[in-house]
Design a binder for this molecule. Structure first.
Ligand SMILES: [Zn+2]
Length: 494
């Protein structure tokens, strides 16, 4: 889909959408065709248009050349901010996507809302379309070839140059979102630890420094909790470190983002049931968000020092796989009895969290992981779970979440939950053996590896993938977290 901005209608349009302000009676001077212009003006005078808050109707209009044209009149009411505009246009997207190869022209009257300028409105509207348009269909061959439904999208407004400029900024963030969606959508025979790294080479071009730890290096670092998960797979483990040096000062106390990257999770010897196991291709959702976030930050040249680090493994049953009851020594020196090999994400994160905290002394750590099924029981697919040892950090994340509309909900941590992890023959066990509070005890487990550093954990198991789609994504990977954390960095650390 090609998105352009101009002050002229492309007369070959297949659909003309008119974004009409509820206030102004004046007709847009940008519509050159007199018949269409008069028609729009007539509709706007109707009581239906005036009364109906969400007026949105399709019409067929005879233009000056007596040709029948499709025109959609969409009344623009008020929005609190540009994120609301993005969600609104994303929701509208489907209703315009009615045929193949459409050339849609969207013309906007001078819409100056209470808090939003005209060019801000248009660029946000375009961004909502852009985010919603993404689809992952690269494996559809010539046999069932995909024809794009909307080929061209031309936005027409008086201040089109400033709108284009603002849209370019949105586009940088959307590229991060799309990288995340690509990574979670790829099947596990395409994305495994080594190929995940290769897919992230694109970040280097944007100025991110990449460092890859192979098995030899991981052994040297004594990341035995992470390596224990990987030992049943023929695909070797990797850890990918991504550094964005957005400040001229030295790379001291960066912001750290950590992601769980289990590229496929069979459960290991504690094998999962087969129904729905294909969903486990996106058990690397946390790592995908961290990569997408780092890409967005680099593309928009964020003025912050940020480190992203992801632990990449495949969890498979095999003759060499880790067994329930095995005891591993994590990089921190703390020992873990692995009672369930399907509670592997925390084992991977334990070593990566410890590493980043020890070697980079980050100002804060935010980790993301599709960690527990229990979080879906608690919060469904609407909210991600938030856990933190810092009220200040939690509140900053909640503020960005409310603004960006990627919802998170804080759940408690406390020493009584922590005690449930204590184990007789090792320092801790990887599951509690009790039925309750599964997401909380998983977070308590991670907390044992971050010391006193300000830390937050987002359990994104319920929000990484959506079968029904969201206002800004189709069915599939949502990219949840990239826009939220981009805003979090921008608002608090730049
Ligand atoms: Zn698992």
């Amino acid at each position: 889909m090609e998105i352009t901005f101009s002050n002229k209608i492309d007369n070959n349009f297949s659909l003309l959408v008119v974004l009409a302000s509820k206030k102004s009676e004046k007709n847009s001077s940008l519509i050159s065709d007199k018949s269409i212009k008069d028609f729009v003006s007539k509709i706007k005078k109707l009581p239906e248009f005036k009364k109906q808050k969400n007026f949105s109707e399709n019409f067929f209009v005879n233009d000056d050349k007596n040709k029948l044209r499709r025109v959609h009149l969409l009344k623009i009411d008020d929005f609190k901010n540009c994120v609301e505009v993005e969600a609104f246009s994303g929701q509208k997207f489907a209703s315009f996507e009615t045929a193949k190869n459409l050339n849609i022209n969207i013309i906007s009257e001078d819409i100056n809302l209470k808090n939003i300028k005209n060019e801000e409105f248009i660029s946000a509207f375009a961004s909502g379309f852009n985010l919603k348009n993404y689809s992952f269909r690269k494996y559809r061959s010539e046999v069932r070839k995909i024809k794009t439904s909307i080929k061209k999208l031309n936005f027409i407004c008086s201040n089109f140059k400033s709108a284009q400029k603002l849209f370019n900024e949105y586009e940088k963030i959307s590229k991060g979102v799309f990288l995340t969606r690509d990574l979670v959508s790829e099947p596990a025979n395409k994305i495994y630890p080594e190929s995940f790294v290769e897919n992230c080479r694109i970040l280097a071009k944007a100025g991110v420094e990449l460092e890859v730890f192979d098995e030899k290096k991981l052994k040297k670092l004594k990341m035995k909790a992470l390596l224990g998960v990987a030992q049943g797979s023929v695909k070797p483990a990797r850890v990918l470190v991504m550094k964005w040096k957005g400040l001229k000062s030295s790379f001291k106390n960066p912001l750290a983002f950590v992601g769980k990257g289990v590229t496929f999770d069979t459960g290991g010897i504690s094998l999962k049931p087969s129904g729905g196991m294909e969903d486990m291709k996106w058990d690397m959702g946390g790592a995908a968000v961290v990569s997408g976030l780092m890409y967005a930050l680099a593309l928009r040249k964020a003025k912050a020092n940020v480190i992203g680090i992801v632990g990449l493994v495949e969890n498979m049953p095999d003759g060499n796989a880790q067994r329930p009851g095995d005891i591993v020594t994590s990089m921190s020196g703390q020992t873990i009895e692995v009672l369930n090999t399907d509670a592997e994400g925390r084992l991977v994160l334990a070593d990566v969290l410890w590493y980043v905290n020890k070697f980079y002394k980050p100002e804060l750590i935010v980790d993301l992981a599709t960690l527990t099924g229990a979080i879906i029981v608690a919060l469904g697919s609407r909210y991600a779970g938030l856990f933190s040892n810092s009220d200040d950090l939690a509140n900053k994340l909640l503020k960005s979440s409310t603004y960006i509309k990627e919802l998170i909900w804080r759940l408690p941590l406390d020493s009584e939950f922590d005690k449930l992890l204590n184990c007789n023959i090792a320092d801790m066990k990887n599951i509690t053996g009790t039925r309750g509070a599964g997401s909380i005890t998983a977070a308590q487990f991670l907390k044992r590896f971050v010391g006193d550093t300000k830390w937050a954990h987002l359990d994104i198991a319920g929000v990484t993938w959506s079968n029904s789609g969201t206002s800004i994504s189709r069915s599939g990977g949502t990219g949840f977290g990239v826009r939220l954390l981009n805003n979090f960095v921008k608002e608090n650390y730049e």
